[in-house]
Design a protein around this ligand. Structure first.
Ligand code: PYC
Length: 413
C-alpha cells in the first residue's frame, strides 16, 4: 500500500478542507432567522450581510445546504415571461446572474446559450408573438423566428415537416442561460458566512413561536431560538411551514422530475423547450444532456423517480433529436414544485407580523434566486415591500389580483 495513503488517510492531523466552517452552537437569539438553506434563503442572508450590514443572522435547514430544490432543478435562466411584472422581476435576476461569479468570487459557470420555446401549433405561434411583444416592449431580447433561422442556430434539431408535431416557429431569447446551481448556493453561503452569518444544517424547525400576532422565534430539534424577524424560504414544503406559522397558502406541491444523460461531445448550442412535446433540454459544460418534462399528475411530497417519466421524455426527445437513440441516461431525480393558482410566486408580508415569506415558485425558482435574495433582504432591512415584488403579495388571492404566468411556463402542467 502506498505510504501516502496511510499518512494522509489515517492521520487526523490532515482534516478535510472546509469551505464553510462548522457553525458554532445555536445562539439563543438572532436579529434575523431564515428557515431554509437553499439558494433563496442563502441569497437573502448574503444581501442582508453585504448590502444592509445585518450579520446577526442564522439560516436553518432540516437537511443540508442547497439539498432541496436548489440542487434538483435544470438550472435554466431566462426572462422571457408573459406578464410585465414577471419580465421585470426575472430580468432583474438574470442581470444579477450575469455578474454573480465576479461579485461572489466564485465560479457559477454562467453560460449564455440562447433559449428556444418551440411552437408547433398556430395557437403556440400566437402566444410566442404575444410574449415577444411584451418582452420587446420591456427591453428584453426576445423574438419570434421561423424554421430557417432556427436551423441556422440549432442545426441538429429535427425541423422536418413530416413529423407528428412539426416546428412552425419559436420564441427565441438570446440571453437565456444556464449555470451551476450548487455553485450558486455555495457561493452565497461562503460569502455570507465570511461576514458572520451562521448556517445551521440538520436543524429542523418544529414550531413557530408567536406572541400577540407576531413571530418571535422558533422551536427546533436543537432548542428554542428567538428572532427579531423570520424569513420562510422552504421551496417544496412552503405549505407545511406556513401552517406552523398559522396561515394557509394557496399552493399544491407536485413532483417535477429531471434527468441527465451520459456526457456527449458538444452538439447542442442552446436551451430547447417544447411545450407540446413536454421537454426542455440543454447540454452542460461536461457534455451531459440535462432534461425534464411535465410535472407529475398528482400532488405528492416525495422525490422518487419513475420509469413513466423517463419513457415519456425519451419518446419526445427522439422526436426532436432522432440521432440520440443510443444515448444512455446516467441518473434521474425529482424536486417538489409549490404551484400557485396563477403560476406566480408569493413574496412579502404574511398574516403574522415579523414573518416574511418567499414561496410558490412552481417551476421558476432557480432563475429567481438573486432577485429573491436581493428584495427579501431589502424587505427585512427596511420593513417596506419593494415595488418590484408588490404584485406577488399573498393577499392577491383574496382580491383576485392575479399575475397569470402560466403561459410563460416551459414545463407542462
Ligand atoms: O422555467 O425555464 C423554466 C424551467 C425549465 C424547467 C423548469 N423550469
Amino acid at each position: 500500500m502506498p505510504l501516502a495513503l496511510v499518512k494522509y488517510g489515517i492521520r487526523s492531523k490532515y482534516p478535510a478542507w472546509r469551505q464553510i466552517p462548522a457553525a458554532a452552537d445555536l445562539k439563543s437569539s438572532y436579529d434575523v432567522l431564515i428557515i431554509g438553506a437553499g439558494g433563496h434563503g442563502l441569497a437573502t442572508a448574503y444581501y442582508l450581510a453585504t448590502v444592509h450590514g445585518i450579520t446577526n443572522v442564522a439560516v436553518l435547514d432540516k437537511g443540508y445546504l442547497g439539498g432541496g430544490n436548489t440542487a434538483r432543478n435544470t438550472a435554466i435562466i431566462r426572462s422571457n415571461y408573459l406578464t410585465p411584472e414577471g419580465v421585470a422581476f426575472y430580468d432583474d435576476a438574470l442581470r444579477e446572474f450575469q455578474t454573480l461569479s465576479n461579485k461572489l468570487g466564485f465560479n457559477i459557470m454562467y453560460s449564455e446559450r440562447g433559449h428556444f420555446t418551440l411552437a408547433h401549433t398556430d395557437a403556440a405561434i400566437r402566444t410566442s408573438r404575444w410574449r415577444a411583444e411584451v418582452n420587446k416592449h420591456l427591453g428584453i431580447d426576445s423574438e419570434l423566428i421561423y424554421p430557417d433561422e432556427i436551423a441556422r442556430i440549432e442545426p441538429t434539431l429535427n425541423l422536418s415537416k413530416d413529423v407528428r408535431f412539426p416546428v412552425l416557429g419559436a420564441l427565441y431569447h438570446k440571453p437565456g442561460a444556464i449555470a451551476r446551481h450548487d455553485a450558486v448556493a455555495w457561493g452565497y453561503a461562503t460569502r455570507a458566512v465570511e461576514r458572520g452569518v451562521e448556517i445551521h444544517q440538520k436543524t429542523e424547525v418544529t414550531s413557530i413561536l408567536t406572541e400577540n400576532g407576531k413571530a418571535i422565534g422558533v422551536e427546533t430539534d436543537r432548542g428554542t431560538v428567538k428572532a427579531g424577524c423570520l424569513v420562510q424560504a422552504v421551496s417544496g414544503h412552503s405549505s407545511i411551514v406556513a401552517k406552523m406559522a398559522g396561515f394557509r397558502l394557496p399552493i399544491r406541491s407536485i413532483p417535477l422530475q429531471a434527468c441527465v444523460s451520459q456526457p456527449l461531445k458538444p452538439f447542442l448550442n442552446s436551451i430547447v423547450v417544447s411545450g407540446s412535446l413536454h421537454i426542455y433540454i440543454s447540454q452542460s459544460a461536461r457534455g451531459e444532456l440535462v432534461m425534464g418534462s411535465a410535472t407529475d399528475p398528482y400532488s405528492l411530497y416525495n422525490t422518487r423517480s419513475t420509469l413513466e417519466f423517463t419513457e415519456g421524455l425519451m419518446g419526445h426527445l427522439l422526436e426532436l433529436f432522432p440521432f440520440l437513440g443510443n444515448v444512455k441516461l446516467l441518473r434521474q431525480w425529482a424536486g417538489i414544485a409549490d404551484m400557485t393558482p396563477d403560476f406566480a410566486p408569493v413574496m412579502g408580508l404574511t398574516p403574522l407580523d415579523n414573518y416574511y415569506i418567499d414561496a410558490g415558485w412552481g417551476t421558476y425558482g432557480f432563475k429567481a434566486t438573486p432577485a429573491c435574495g436581493k428584495y427579501m433582504a431589502q424587505l427585512v432591512a427596511s420593513g417596506r415591500v419593494p415595488d418590484i415584488i408588490k404584485p406577488y403579495r399573498l393577499d392577491r388571492f383574496r382580491d383576485f389580483s392575479l399575475v397569470g404566468e402560466k403561459g410563460a411556463a416551459s414545463v407542462g402542467h
